[in-house]
Design a binder for this molecule. Structure first.
Ligand code: ZN
Length: 357
């Protein structure tokens, strides 16, 4: 295996390699940035570099620790299937066997779990117990808590306790799409690193390594991914187009009615009909509205949906900047509502579980 290449985030990677080789890596790191931009990938490279046989420093990619640690790539088909299968399990089954991904005994990844994609108390308890152990074969233990903002309040409290009692030889990496949803007590205990979207040139380099994407589609997928390789990887073109069509129809209806009326229930109905999560639909709607804002501001460069620029320009012509801003605000409200619902759902699951016990 050749030395692993990281695409983008060079400045962050360089400062992390320096901290590792000088032995001054902080106890808790917070990797913040849009979904799929490479936060967990860099966390994995960092974990490999720390425990590399010829390190610590940059990972060689060749030794057994590097190979095992780098193998825990959650975008691989095998992990996607595990995560999808777990969503169908009853809460009690998930709770008996908390979700953790470990391809090396000292590197543990805690992804959100279940249909609501939550970091639950059982995962946080497991993490707390594991935090007491010393490295079993490497130099340090590294725990990656993926999408830490999705920890419910119980899990966040348990996590905070772990952060308050720093174990020697343990580094905790929190990744987050929206770090402001994390409790301030957790945020203040971590050293933040902000991940920018990859540049169009970097995304092109990334997509050129993918033989399963045709040349004609590469530019398109590159724009749709908005600088996130993880998003580019997960785009299913047919699904993407169907989702976009549904969200464009929603925008047209809202324009005809004057406002987004009952956005939550309309999104819910579309989500049920297309068997998609509201999160994914909201993300699409948000990218379309952002393009409309760009068109209102006469910024033609950097359109996500440049393949339908003419159609979007027509929609921009039918709306005003203020209307589009209000639409964005309505969508933000919906996302906050979703977050509250997640907490409610967790409380219900916990209650059902306690009744069963
Ligand atoms: Zn190595």
């Amino acid at each position: 295996m050749p030395a692993p290449t990281l695409i983008g985030h060079q400045r962050i990677a360089d400062s992390l390699w320096r901290m590792v080789s000088e032995g001054r890596l902080p106890q808790t790191l917070l990797f913040a940035g849009q979904a799929g931009v490479g936060k967990t990938t860099l966390a994995r490279h960092l974990a490999a570099g720390i425990n590399c046989s010829i390190g610590p420093g940059k990972p060689c990619g060749d030794c057994s620790p590097c190979q095992r640690i780098l193998a825990a790539d959650l975008s691989k088909q095998e992990y996607r299937k595990i995560l999808a299968d777990r969503r169908k399990l009853p809460a009690a089954k998930r709770s008996e066997n908390p979700l953790i991904v470990a391809t090396h005994p000292d590197v543990l990844i805690f992804p959100p779990d279940g249909p609501m994609r939550i970091i639950g108390i059982d995962q946080a308890r497991l993490l707390r117990n594991q935090a007491r152990l010393s490295p079993s074969e490497g130099r340090r233990r590294i725990f990656v808590i993926k999408n830490a903002e999705r920890a419910n309040s119980e899990a966040a409290n348990a996590l905070l306790k772990t952060l308050e009692e720093p174990a020697p030889n343990l580094t905790i990496i929190l990744t987050s799409v929206n770090p402001y949803l994390l409790p301030a007590t957790i945020r203040s205990r971590s050293i933040p690193f902000y991940f920018d979207a990859l540049s169009p040139a970097e995304i092109e380099i990334f997509l050129n390594t993918r033989e399963d994407i045709s040349d004609s589609l590469r530019k398109q997928v590159g724009a749709w991914s908005r600088g996130s390789p993880g998003v580019a990887l997960s785009i299913d073109v047919a699904e993407f187009l169907a989702r976009r069509k549904a969200m464009l129809a929603l925008v047209r209806t809202a324009l005809a009615k004057g406002e987004f009326v009952q956005l939550a229930s309309e999104m819910d109905a579309i989500a049920r009909k297309q068997a998609e999560s509201i999160d994914v639909l909201a993300e699409m709607l948000s990218s379309l509205l952002r393009d409309l804002l760009r068109l209102h501001l006469k910024v033609k460069d950097g359109l996500t949906h440049r393949d339908i620029a003419t159609e979007l320009a027509q929609l921009a012509g039918q709306s005003t900047f203020a209307w589009t801003e209000r639409a964005v605000a309505a969508l933000d409200m919906l996302e906050q509502l979703q977050q509250t619902n997640i907490q409610k759902q967790i409380a219900l699951e916990a209650y059902a579980l306690s009744m069963r016990k």
